[in-house]
Design a protein around this ligand. Structure first.
Ligand SMILES: C[S@@+](CC[C@H](N)C(=O)[O-])C[C@H]1O[C@@H](n2cnc3c(N)ncnc32)[C@H](O)[C@@H]1O
Length: 219
């Protein structure tokens, strides 16, 4: 389902005629540094909820051996991603596809992924929607494939900064079903899907990045 949420970046300014998310510009390098430790040199990457497409462009340029498939649910964002992707002319950067990451079934129709990347979505969906997304990811990954998820999280149920408490409350005021998920709950859902948690990284601005891997020998 699509929600119309008031988010800090939703009134994103335009850059070269396209909507631009300042947060994506800020976090692309630190997220890329973590991805660089875990992604293979070659393979297929599926990015969920690609937003403005800034990450897709940045990561396809940074990891030239990877075929980068962006996706989103919102038609307006898909149009932005498509325009941004086409402007780069990078052969490894595919046109975005429509994908509801919270709908059951997409994992089996997107198999063969060496990595799935998700930035800043889990806090914007309900817990059942997040659980569905996290259950679908392992189905899309090849054995040895990696899932990287970045965003703001609770840690052991606790919101750690005043900014986190304010943002979580702002989200819940718009829809009581959404808000920050607990990092331990996300890790537990990934383990339930057969993935091993390989790294949890403290990121700038109090965010976290979780890296999970499908075991190489798994069927
Ligand atoms: C806060 S933005 C993050 C965009 C981008 N990943 C970034 O970090 O800049 C959330 C994105 O999730 C998309 N989205 C919301 N619900 C979705 C769903 N169920 N499946 C896929 N994308 C979804 C929105 O359209 C939006 O592009």
């Amino acid at each position: 389902m699509t929600r119309k949420l008031d988010l800090p970046d939703s009134c994103a300014p335009m850059s070269e005629g396209l909507p631009f998310a300042p947060s994506a510009a800020r976090n692309a390098a630190p997220i890329g540094d973590v991805l660089a430790r875990h992604l293979s040199a070659q393979g297929n990457v599926l990015e969920l909820a690609s937003g403005t497409g800034q990450h897709a462009v940045a990561f396809a340029a940074r990891f030239p051996g990877l075929v980068w498939q962006s996706s989103d649910l919102a038609p307006r964002n898909l149009a932005t991603i498509r325009a941004r992707v086409r402007a780069t002319g990078l052969a490894t950067l595919r046109d975005p596809v429509t994908l509801d990451a919270c709908a059951p079934g997409w994992g089996m129709s997107r198999t063969g992924q060496d990595a799935v990347v998700l930035v800043n979505l889990l806090h914007l969906v309900s817990k059942p929607e997040a659980a569905t997304l996290l259950a679908e990811v392992p189905r899309a990954l090849v054995p040895g494939g990696v899932f990287a998820v970045y965003g703001p999280f609770r840690r052991n149920g606790v919101l750690h900064s005043e900014g986190d408490r304010a943002f979580d409350a702002h989200l819940r005021a718009q829809d009581p079903a959404i808000g920050y998920k607990d990092a331990a709950w996300v890790a537990e859902r990934l383990r339930a899907g057969g993935l091993d948690l390989v790294e949890q990284v403290e990121m700038p601005a109090g965010n976290l990045m979780l890296i999970a891997r499908r075991p190489s020998g798994s069927a």
